[in-house]
Design a protein around this ligand. Structure first.
Ligand SMILES: Cc1ncc(COP(=O)(O)O)c(C=O)c1O
Length: 399
């Protein structure tokens, strides 16, 4: 289940060679990649703008960028937004600028692309320090000892492996207390979780406006980065930041000056996706929540451990014996289930297993097929047994 050539798709079913599989590896959480209103919105944009602007953003940006940046600013409730092609490009260019030769504190389990940005900052004279995942005491110890003038704390929002959100209020408080900036990559939370409200349909909040709003925090001392390539099914990403930083990045961040832009079709699908989000995003998120819940309840019934304690649609299933990974991959593939395999060294040895992602475009029939296959799998291979992880410290001990 790596490097597959997908010959055809039909909804969230994919054909690889002569085998059809239910796809639980897609990050198109809201199913906007297959949404008719999004697809049908694209040709009019192509007629008007051609397929590709092909200026660097510094040279010229179709007005579509302004529309998207304004729409995102309003949705997030932040000061301003800058759109660039990918999160990877943002990390590589923005982390070194924000680190400014000071110290970058990186969560040990932060996404690989954050590390790349931090390593690039280190090449430019910054010091990189790592703190234990979900351990604010460890971070505080490092912050207390640190004497540098600039401090940047880099974390994931909703974590791409565990599906859990960080303790953002505690981390934000540390950033305030130690005069640091909190840099959050919410690739998997934006579009999926949002502001809490007594009238929310499910505990993922409303509007999908990301992890900062989910926790009711403000953006003071927080730089939020997220992508539009997951929940919004479009090749683009953004950074939510104060206007002065946006202005600085326009001349200091290489992707704004030198990189090609997002294709027009992607700008169009962001604009159409924001409209869908406004009209029926909360119903879509409720559907994703319910489908995810069905899978989580199945694992619970099977007595199988998953680190997911959030209910968000990323469900990692670690194996009792990591060496079973190849056989488990084959077992799932032969039964028509496509997932992301998490092999060593991509994850620590005791977390080798697979990751299920649930999207709105997965049908209930596909979810039931997954549930049946997970039952068969648990009869054939040993999954890690359910544990009660009460605190992050317990989780570290268990790991
Ligand atoms: C947490 C996280 N950050 C960054 C990325 C990379 O995003 P992009 O494709 O926009 O560079 C990913 C992609 O999977 C991700 O999961």
């Amino acid at each position: 289940m790596t490097d597959a050539v997908v010959d055809e798709i039909d909804g969230r079913m994919i054909r690889i060679g002569d085998r059809w599989l239910a796809d639980f590896a897609s990050c198109n959480y809201l199913g906007l990649d297959l949404d008719r209103s999004v697809i049908e919105a694209v040709p009019a944009f192509l007629d008007r703008w051609g397929t590709h602007p092909s200026w660097s953003r510094l040279l010229g940006s179709p007005v579509l960028y302004e529309q998207i940046e304004q729409g995102l600013t309003e949705l997030l409730g932040c000061e301003d937004v800058l759109v660039l092609p990918t999160i990877t490009l943002i990390h590589l260019s923005v982390i070194p600028i924000l680190a400014a030769g000071g110290t970058v504190f990186v969560d040990r389990r932060a996404h690989k692309t954050i590390y790349e940005g931090a390593q690039f900052a280190a090449v430019r004279g910054a010091t990189m320090k790592r703190f234990q995942h979900e351990d604010t005491d460890d971070l505080e110890r490092l912050l207390r000892e640190d004497r540098s003038a600039t401090r940047l704390i880099c974390i994931d929002g909703v974590n791409s492996m565990t599906g859990n959100a960080p303790d953002l209020p505690a981390l934000h408080e540390l950033a305030r207390r130690y005069d640091a900036v909190l840099y959050v990559d919410d690739a998997h939370g934006f579009g999926v979780i949002g502001e809490r409200d007594p009238d929310e349909l499910r505990p993922c909040g409303l509007r999908g406006n990301g992890v900062v709003r989910y926790f009711g925090e403000d953006y003071e001392r927080i730089v939020l980065v997220a992508g539009l390539s997951k929940a919004y099914s479009s090749l683009a990403a953004f950074i939510a930041c104060p206007p002065e930083l946006k202005q600085l990045l326009k001349t200091a961040a290489p992707p704004y000056l030198y990189s090609g832009p997002s294709p027009v079709a992607s700008l169009a699908t962001v604009i159409a996706g924001l409209e869908v989000n406004e009209d029926r995003g909360d119903e879509i998120r409720a559907d994703v929540w319910d489908k995810t819940d069905r899978v989580l309840r199945c694992l619970e019934r099977l007595g199988a451990h998953t680190p997911n304690r959030s209910g968000f649609p990323i469900i990692e299933v670690p194996l009792a014996r990591g060496e079973d990974i190849d056989a488990v991959g084959r077992f799932l593939f032969e039964r028509g289930i496509y997932v992301t395999l998490a092999a060593y060294p991509l994850v620590p040895r005791d977390e080798v297993g697979f990751r299920i992602q649930v999207t709105a475009a997965n049908t209930m029939a596909e979810i039931e097929q997954l549930v049946d296959v997970l039952g068969e799998l648990a009869n054939t291979f040993d999954l890690q047994p359910t544990r009660r992880l009460q605190t992050p410290a317990d989780a570290e001990v268990a790991a």
